[in-house]
Every structure is written in structure tokens, then in C-alpha cells.
Design a protein around this ligand. Structure first.
Ligand SMILES: NC(=O)c1ccc[n+]([C@@H]2O[C@H](COP(=O)([O-])OP(=O)(O)OC[C@H]3O[C@@H](n4cnc5c(N)ncnc54)[C@H](O)[C@@H]3O)[C@@H](O)[C@H]2O)c1
Length: 307
């Protein structure tokens, strides 16, 4: 299949590109390299440096590539930046995504697979949250991602575009940027290795649902096929893991005895998060396979090998 991956030079997108090429698909990438890097890019991918907020640039890549399926991952991914500059966040995440979906319709793309997020749910009314859990984002990032879900459903109704919306839990793995404010496993790993005392925001009891990047990639590879179209799916580990448990797991992996320091919880951060992935298991045949400790081992090995 001919697959166009937006954000294919980023953390998750670059692993997805590798897996698609491995499976024998023809893969093109759109990325503006604002957060991604050419070092992540598979040399067998057809790379187009373009900004999705520029409709003419986006549509001309679509016209040249003529993809059958589009995996749309390009985004502004920082919750903190989304709160500091919600207009910038919406420009990339909402307007940029509308450009991508318009180009899909124009080029008669069969299916778009969208990288959404558990940040659309925010405050958990029950745990684990299924796809029917009320949506009430507490960050501009969550709001922008949810807005895109709405546009995709609208484009599907108006033009017959098929879609899958994948709401990821907290993804971790090699290539995640340790210098951002998200990706706590990469951040802790870097801090431990460099002898910097890691900071836990809150009292350590805040929970997240971690899912290994290889499992997210498998979910995306399943999603480019036709089974289970026009649906929204949680992709997550299905376990509630505290900040302190993550800290301990990374500390064990790097064999350190450093203690954490604590700081105030940051705006837009929820107290608890865990997702029910039963729908993805039933309709896509997807389940997470990598345990937190094993995935953390990979992150530490990757960090040591590249620094
Ligand atoms: N990492 C997570 O835990 C997580 C969780 C839920 C959802 N997601 C979603 O998964 C997707 C990938 O996230 P990631 O963690 O790999 O982030 P990332 O920042 O590594 O990847 C995003 C990519 O998009 C590119 N990009 C940004 N703005 C662009 C623009 N205007 N035009 C073209 N390219 C642009 C960046 O250069 C980068 O390569 C995002 O849509 C994100 O919202 C990630």
C-alpha cells in the first residue's frame, strides 16, 4: 500500500515509517522538522519537508505522492506550550489537520488514521476510561486534538472519507525527546545518566497509562487496513502507573540510588489516567505486549548508545 505519514521524522512517526517499510509498504513522509529530526528518518522513505499549516505545500505533496492511506501524526505535542500559546497550538493541530484532511479528500485517499490522545478525556470519572467516557479536555492540546476528531468525523460524513481515530495513552520508547517536558521516562533516563536529580511534579501519586512505542506502531499498522473503520480506539497499556513507580523503574534500570525532588503539579495535568483498550482488541486484534520495565530497558540502552 502507498502510505503517507505526516510527522514521520518524529518519535512515533519514525518508528511507524520503519515498520511500514519493513512490511513492504511504499512510504512517503511530510514533516517540517520543527520537532522531528532527519536522523530519525528511514532512508527508504520518500521525504517531503513541508509544513501542514501551508495548504498549497501540503496538497502539492499529496498530488505528487497520491497516497492510499494517510497516517496523520504531525502535531504540536507540548501541553505546556499549548497552554502558553493556544493559538499556535490550534494553528498546527487544528488548521494543519484540516489541511491534511482536505488534501485527503481532494486526492481521494481511502483512509486517514489520526493520532489522538487520552488528553481529550482529562479528569477521569471512572478508571479505566473507555471511548464512551465523557470528553472534557483540561489543556489546549487536548481541546485541539478533540476538535480534529470532530473535523475528521464531519469530513467522513460529508465526503465518505474513511477514518480511524486512535487515542494513545502515554507513549514511551527510544527516540523520544528527553529535552521536552513530556516523555517522563526519557527525561528521567537522561537526568539519571547525567547525574541530575529528577523532579516529580506533584507528590508522586499522579497516574498515567504508559504504552510502548512498538505497540503503538503495531496499532497503527493494523489501522491502515480496512477492518474496523470509522471508529475511535484507545491504544494504551491498560494499567495505572504512578509517577513514583516510573521513577523507581527508571532508577532500577540505570542502577542509581538518587532520590527525586518534588515540585508543584503543572497546569493542564490531570491526577489519574488509564484507558480501556477492549474495543481495539475486539475490532483491530490489538493488545499491548511490552511491559513497562522491558520498555524502560530499551530507552536506557538507546540513550546510552546515542549519548
Ligand atoms: N508521545 C505521546 O505520548 C503521545 C500521546 C498521545 C498522542 N500523541 C500524538 O502522536 C503524534 C506523534 O507524537 P510524537 O510524540 O511522536 O511527537 P513528535 O514531536 O516527536 O512528532 C511530531 C512530528 O510532527 C512534526 N511537525 C510538527 N508540526 C508540523 C507541521 N506544522 N508540519 C509538518 N510537520 C510538523 C514534527 O517535526 C515532528 O516530527 C502527535 O500527533 C501526538 O499528538 C503522542
Amino acid at each position: 500500500m502507498k502510505v503517507l505519514v505526516t510527522g514521520g521524522a518524529g518519535f512515533i512517526g519514525s518508528h511507524l515509517v520503519d515498520a511500514l517499510i519493513e512490511e513492504g509498504h511504499e512510504v512517503a513522509v511530510i514533516d517540517d522538522l520543527s520537532a522531528g529530526s532527519e536522523a530519525n528518518l528511514n532512508p527508504r522513505a520518500d521525504f517531503h519537508k513541508a509544513d501542514i499549516t501551508d495548504f498549497e505545500a501540503t496538497r502539492s505533496v499529496f498530488a505528487e505522492v497520491k497516497p492510499q492511506v494517510v497516517s496523520h501524526l504531525a502535531a504540536q505535542t507540548s501541553v505546556r506550550l499549548s497552554m502558553a500559546d493556544p493559538v499556535r497550538d490550534a494553528t498546527v493541530n487544528v488548521l494543519g489537520s484540516i489541511n491534511v484532511v482536505r488534501a485527503c479528500v481532494e486526492q481521494k485517499v481511502e483512509r486517514v488514521v489520526f493520532a489522538s490522545t487520552c488528553a481529550v478525556y482529562a479528569g477521569a470519572q471512572y478508571i479505566p476510561m473507555d471511548e464512551g467516557h465523557p470528553v472534557l479536555p483540561e489543556s489546549a492540546y487536548g481541546a485541539s486534538k478533540y476538535a480534529v476528531e470532530g473535523y475528521i468525523r464531519m469530513f467522513a460524513l460529508a465526503y465518505g472519507l474513511k477514518y480511524k481515530i486512535l487515542r494513545y495513552g502515554n507513549v514511551f520508547g527510544p527516540r523520544q525527546n528527553p529535552d521536552g517536558e513530556a516523555g517522563v521516562i526519557s527525561i528521567f533516563t537522561k537526568q539519571f545518566v547525567e547525574g541530575v536529580q529528577p523532579t516529580i511534579f506533584g507528590d508522586g501519586t499522579k497516574t498515567r497509562d504508559y504504552v510502548y512505542v512498538g505497540d503503538i506502531v503495531k496499532g497503527n499498522v493494523l489501522a491502515i487496513r480496512d477492518a474496523g473503520d470509522n471508529e475511535t480506539y484507545n491504544l494504551a497499556g491498560g494499567k495505572e502507573i504512578t509517577d513514583l513507580q516510573v521513577f523507581e523503574a527508571v532508577r532500577k534500570a540505570v542502577r542509581s540510588d538518587m532520590e527525586p525532588k518534588y515540585a508543584h503539579k503543572r497546569p493542564g495535568e490531570v491526577d489519574r489516567s488509564s484507558l480501556d483498550y477492549a474495543r481495539a482488541r475486539a475490532k483491530l486484534g490489538w493488545s499491548p505486549t511490552v511491559e513497562l520495565e522491558d520498555g524502560i530497558g530499551d530507552v536506557v540502552a538507546y540513550y546510552r548508545a546515542t549519548h
